[in-house]
Design a protein around this ligand. Structure first.
Ligand code: FES
Length: 122
């Protein structure tokens, strides 16, 4: 996604997200986590905190709780839609085949940055 405003500050450092875990961020200081990052080793996946089933903007079932208990998929806490971490495609639950909105990321000097712009609304 290149639309939106630039986000010059890093989200955090890579080592501030444990391998295999997810963390939510509020890059435009909107008072809630509007996106989240899943880390798998040195690979990062950024997604809007926006479930395509009902356009729900609060997917986490608790702070940073974006993953299933086994860490294998992203899950929406509202109605249990499960998404592949790498593609964002829903593979189980009420909106199979739909997909999350990607947030392109880049790693610079060990810090995680949003690549391009970020909009207030998905
Ligand atoms: S709003 Fe996410 S599964 Fe229904």
């Amino acid at each position: 996604m290149s639309r939106g405003v630039p986000v010059p500050d890093p989200l955090c450092r890579l080592d501030e997200i444990a391998d295999g875990k997810a963390r939510g961020f509020d890059p435009l200081a909107q008072g809630r986590d509007t996106m989240f990052v899943v880390r798998q080793g040195e690979t990062l996946f950024g997604w809007r905190n926006f479930c395509p089933h009902y356009g729900h903007e609060q997917m986490a079932w608790q702070k940073d709780g974006y993953l299933t208990h086994d860490g294998a998929r992203i899950v929406c806490g509202a109605h249990g839609a499960e998404y592949e971490i790498d593609t964002g495609i829903c593979v189980a639950g009420p909106c199979v085949g739909r997909r999350l909105i990607a947030v392109p990321l880049e790693l610079r000097g060990g810090a995680i940055h949003i690549s391009g712009g970020f909009s207030r609304r998905p």
